[in-house]
Design a protein around this ligand. Sequence first.
Ligand code: F6P
Length: 371
Amino acid sequence: MAGKGNNIRKIAISTGGGDAPGLNAVIRAAVVSALHEGWECVGIRDGYNGLLEPDRYPEGGLVRLVRSSVRGITHLGGTILGTTNRGDPRAYPVQAADGSWSEVDRSTELVQAFADHGIDALIAIGGDGSLAIANTLAEKGLKVVGVPKTIDNDLEETQVTFGFDTAVTFATECIDRLHTTAEAHDRLMVIEVMGRYAGWIALHSGLAGSADAILIPEIPYDLESVAQVIRRREAAGRHFSIIVVAEGAHPAGGAPSVIGNDIGQAERLGGIGHRVAAELQTMTGKETRTVVLGHLLRGGSPTTRDRILSLRFGAAAVRAIREGCLGCMVSLDPPEVLYVPLALVTKRIKTVPLDSDTVRTVRDLGVSLGD
Ligand code: F6P
């Protein structure tokens, strides 16, 4: 974190990686606060594609953001700027004439593009991938402030990311709905939720939604222990069970279930819900159904909590630039929003601590964690 952030006249905002409810609220707060400072604001389309591939955009890869551009968007999901998880400038996918793909480092060219457009500082809103890119740009001399986004809540150095509360709230509502149909049909219902290699969404929605078993990547599972819970419930006259499975969960000694590994993209997880359901059906003899909540968790309006967090983060990012706190990320450390060095954030992902009070509560309530 270095340098004084004054002498700013123009800032850019980018949204990168998977979308999360609250992106538009961050953009609105950042733009309104920046305009108060007297700064000009532009948005970069689709991560950094607006700067790296301007020809793709007939109306220009940069969008001028004025007061009217951000009116009435706090409650809207998605992002008015667009996003991509295929646009890492450090490993940018390029297609050769023969159709094959390779990756080239375009990060130096990107830093130059900011200068060419007279952009003095960048607010980069994203998850671990986008913030690692932001850190590289900061190391190459760009004035950058990051904002932690992801429904997965797997970012270090912030108590929570925006988007998580909305995803958990919706997942819990879905589990509530699935309870009644599971009970009506005496079925097992397996619900797969996103979260990558962290179990935050599964743990929180499973606890709030009274699941009977919650499988998270941090605790490799043995399905026999889940089957025992189901059999015990059966013997007690409870003929249905709810099992919440994080997409990154895996059996003890086994690997996560992967459905894709495209060039320029992170490994795509998926399929574990169906696997768990098929095995539990065989082990218990009970009729089983699977629901994969997937991208539904990323859509819709942000909750009140996420709106407020997003607005606070957007305003704080502008404050950080004004105060010259650069190469940092805004972070929730209740009750404050602080700035932490970007380099610290991207070292590793934040997984569920096994000695946390939430995990203890799950165990105290007799909910199986599959171990
Ligand atoms: O990082 C958010 C996330 O929603 C993960 O939970 C999930 O694995 C991933 O994005 C899927 O992203 P996409 O389908 O956009 O590649």
